[in-house]
Ligand binder design. Structure first.
Ligand code: PXP
Length: 251
């Protein structure tokens, strides 16, 4: 069964828009996480950014208590690594936050920082925390991820979502098909190398059906579209609607 991790960063984004620098405020990402889980979400994803632009330290500690499965997105920096080792999320997903860590397509440049990522991977695994690397569906990056020894990769679906969102692109545009083929090839390569495969970024109620063609997916991490939809129909319904679109995934 394809799992859903709801990224609740944008709940915190809304809170910070009004309550930045305060120790309280609404909406509360922890309350949101509980609603998502009650609606059937399998896990909660939150990104503790170095600049703390949305999720704050106090949030991740409360989320650790509340989340069935907590996926902490993080940069590979000493400060954040040290927080993760104390927090003990179920899994960390290493993402790029600085220009140097990023490939042209927005994923983590694993090939350029294999040594540092392997060190972090070992520390996390020693603390019983699984590791995922957020990468573009790029052969070189997938090979490097296998060498780092991460348990998962998360395929960056941003380029696919971007093509899909172009006006009048239609479901069969060659550009969308090309991005889909890259995701399919990436998932197959990763699976053959023993990596488990998640996907995320830019996934929404419109483009999700096409993603069913990508094999071997374990979990989708979806944030913006669910939080946006929640403004109209409520968070519980928004999560249930997404799960309904995912339920026929056959891998
Ligand atoms: N996965 C990763 C690694 C992310 O950094 C993000 C947030 O950008 C997401 C998934 C969720 O993306 P979105 O908010 O576009 O659904």
């Amino acid at each position: 069964m394809l799992k859903l991790g709801v990224n609740i960063d944008h709940v915190a984004t809304l809170r910070e828009a009004r309550y930045r620098g305060r120790e309280f405020g609404e909406p509360d990402p922890v309350v949101a996480a509980k609603i998502c889980q009650a609606a059937g979400a399998h896990g909660i994803t939150a990104h503790l950014r170095e600049d703390r632009r949305h999720i704050q330290d106090r949030d991740v500690w409360k989320l650790r208590e509340a989340a069935r499965r907590l996926n902490l997105e993080m940069a590979n920096t000493p400060g954040i690594v040290s927080i993760a080792l104390k927090l003990k999320p179920d899994i960390v997903c290493v993402v790029p936050e600085r220009r140097l860590e990023v490939t042209t397509e927005g994923g983590l440049d694993v090939a350029a920082s294999e040594k540092a990522l392997t060190e972090t991977r070992l520390k996390m695994n020693d603390a019983d925390i699984e590791v995922s690397l957020f990468i573009a569906p790029d052969e070189r990056q997938i090979q490097a991820s296998a060498r780092v020894g991460s348990q998962f990769i998360e395929l960056h679906t941003g380029a696919f979502a971007e093509e899909f969102s172009k006006p009048a692109a239609g479901h069969r545009s060659p550009a969308i098909e090309k991005e889909l083929q890259r995701l399919i090839a990436g998932a197959e390569q990763a699976h053959a190398l023993g990596l488990r495969v998640n996907a995320g970024h830019g996934l929404n109620y419109g483009n999700l059906s096409l993603l069913h063609r990508v094999p071997h997916l374990v979990e989708l991490n979806i944030g913006h579209s669910i939080v946006s939809r929640a403004v109209s129909v409520g968070l519980e319904t928004a999560v249930k609607e997404m799960l309904a679109l995912m339920k026929d995934y056959r891998g």
